[in-house]
Design a protein around this ligand. Structure first.
Ligand code: PLP
Length: 396
């Protein structure tokens, strides 16, 4: 079917929850995507930081296909080997003790919220516990995850949300301390705010939160759904910040395109018991075979070293671009999770970049974000910069 016809038909059948770009992506190869009309795009978005290994990475498709031939699904009434293997590798990489596999990031956040509530209930049997989350955060769209998402625009039409959530400010430890009281059970934050506009937590802030949690017997819960799984040059960003959380939520690059998320907990936070939580699909053999292979590839092919090298190169090139374009107000980020803040509307810049042949999507209201596949090379950075340069010139 023709690209335009697919778009028109899709608009008739899909619920209109997105203002989509007017392209139909058809296939991918390496770090490139191709639309139905045959146009090639350099991918600097990776399906929202998901396809860390790009498209058709050697060995990945085979691992998935082998599992398709064996067994797709079992339910959690039984054990399955890929889930056990993926769990062991995830725990080794994260330094956590136990994991629950979910189908998405949002569900991982739901799990974290339930851990916090259960932790408080176990302590004093009360139902008035509070979780501190951060303003400008994003944790997902379900009622629980939306409740901890510090964005009025997303929350307003769906009130009332779950109670007991208080909002502090990123990198402002005093604003967190002010909210701690004897009902507080957990502090939840993205170690790098992604959707909010690429705001990394500072080491001081993360260490301060850790101390606050230790002093008051609270759970430190890090959302690494977007910034985790190698994107910053370490498996998880909290490792660079020098802290170990009690709960971490993971998704996106965990399956590199297969829908799998997880919440992993320390022994202290392993409070859920049979009957407390469940999922039909979560942790099925197919998605876990993919996740397990992702961990293997990361190790064998030294993906983290690569991210550190290319992340630095991207940083330097974006700094140069910032010198050239007055509309670039700020540049932030770590590894292959960076953003430039513009003082011109970002929507047209993103559209112009796509038109130039590089997929670059926005974050927050004024940021162009860079979350490419982790396997990009310097030549891809150069190509992206050239195309973005043109796009900015068109829009200034
Ligand atoms: N948490 C963070 C930090 C995210 O970036 C996202 C998605 O962008 C989510 C949670 C929700 O994940 P999902 O869309 O897989 O449900």
């Amino acid at each position: 079917m023709e690209q335009q016809m697919i778009i028109e038909d899709a608009e008739k059948v899909l619920l209109h929850t997105y203002n989509r770009y007017q392209i139909v992506l058809d296939h991918g190869e390496g770090v490139r995507l191709y639309d139905k009309a045959g146009k090639e795009y350099l991918d600097f978005f990776a399906g929202i930081a998901v396809t860390a290994l790009g498209y058709h990475y050697p060995g990945f498709d085979e691992a998935v296909k082998n599992q398709v031939d064996k067994l797709l699904h079992t339910s959690n009434y039984y054990y399955n080997e890929p889930a056990m293997e993926a769990a062991e590798k995830l725990l080794h990489a994260s330094g956590m003790s136990r994991v629950f596999f979910t189908n998405s990031g949002t569900e991982a956040v739901e799990g974290a919220i339930k851990i916090a509530r259960r932790y408080g209930f176990n302590k004093d049997g009360k139902h008035d516990h509070e979780i501190i989350a951060l303003k400008h955060s994003f944790h997902g769209r379900s009622m629980g995850a939306l409740s901890v998402t510090g964005n009025d625009h997303y929350q307003e039409p769906f009130q009332p949300l779950i109670g007991g959530i208080r909002f502090a400010e990123m990198n402002n430890l005093d604003s967190v301390k002010e909210l701690v009281n004897d009902r507080t059970v957990a502090i939840l934050f993205e170690t790098i705010q992604g959707e909010g506009g690429i705001y990394p937590a500072t080491k001081e802030f993360a260490e301060g939160i850790r101390k606050l949690c230790d002093d008051h017997d609270l759970l430190m819960m890090c959302d690494e759904i977007q910034c985790g799984m190698g994107r910053t040059g370490s498996m998880f960003y909290y490792q660079q910040l020098g802290v170990q959380p009690d709960v971490v939520t993971i998704a996106k690059a965990l399956g590199c395109g297969l829908p799998v998320g997880a919440f992993a907990v320390s022994e202290r936070a392993a409070v859920l018991v049979p009957g407390d939580h469940g999922t039909t699909y979560g942790g099925n053999p197919l998605v876990c075979a993919a996740a397990s292979k992702v961990f293997d590839i990361f190790e064998q092919d030294h993906i983290l070293d690569h991210v550190r090298e290319i992340g630095q190169y991207l940083y330097e090139k974006l700094e140069e671009l910032k010198q050239k374009h007055a509309c670039i107000r700020a540049h932030r980020g770590v590894g292959l999770m960076q953003g430039i803040e513009l003082d011109i509307p970002v929507g047209p810049v993103s559209a112009a970049a796509i038109d130039e042949g590089v997929i670059l999507i926005t974050a927050g209201t004024n940021v162009i974000r860079f979350v490419p596949p982790l396997i990009i090379e310097k030549e891809h950075v150069d190509e992206m910069i050239e195309k973005l340069d043109k796009a900015l010139t068109r829009c200034e």
